[in-house]
Ligand binder design. Structure first.
Ligand SMILES: [Ca+2]
Ligand SMILES: [Ca+2]
Ligand SMILES: [Ca+2]
Length: 167
């Protein structure tokens, strides 16, 4: 369901960056603009925040050229495992090294919002149900937290999950 999202990402970012960011710095506002070109009918802002946070490695508020290249590299030619590690960082909203159910729900909701009116892409279950299902599948030791290991293992074992979380 998300294949189009990350497919669109590298090319769109490249475009936005070369045209609008002569100083090589991609700001959150530019980033959202770029996403809106691909998802005009949905609300992409929240999802963009999460993607931006993931790519802004040094947390200085913009994506510089080096971060940008790294992002392009991972999203276009990274191994499944590398992509999943990036996805894990996106889902781990507070950066404490584990994903809890609230973080999972938040991201899934943001993805749903972005897909918006694009109803053919939008699954029938709610974001909360979806997040719970993902969690149940991945949380091996039932401690209500997903470690990077559980996340990677869960995705690599389940193609459908993998496609949804890190297309
Ligand atoms: Ca940065
Ligand atoms: Ca966390
Ligand atoms: Ca766990």
């Amino acid at each position: 369901m998300l294949a189009c999202v990350l497919d669109a990402y590298p090319h769109g970012a490249l475009l936005a960056c070369s045209q609008d960011c002569p100083n090589g710095k991609l700001t959150p506002a530019k980033f959202v603009d770029m996403y809106k070109m691909f998802f005009p009918s949905g609300n992409a802002e929240e999802f963009c925040d999460h993607v931006f946070r993931t790519f802004d490695m040094d947390k200085n508020g913009y994506i510089d050229f080096k971060e940008f290249l790294l992002a392009i590299d991972v999203t276009s030619s990274g191994t499944p495992e590398e992509k999943l590690k990036w996805a894990f960082r996106m889902y781990d909203v507070d950066g404490n090294g584990v994903i809890d159910i609230h973080e999972m729900t938040k991201i899934v909701q943001a993805i749903y919002d972005m897909l918006g009116a694009c109803s053919s892409n939008r699954p029938a279950d709610s974001a909360e149900e979806r997040a719970k299902n993902i969690f149940a599948k991945m949380d091996e030791n039932n401690d209500q937290q997903l470690t990077q290991e559980e996340f990677l293992k869960g995705c690599l074992q389940d193609e459908e999950l993998s496609k949804m979380l890190a297309p």
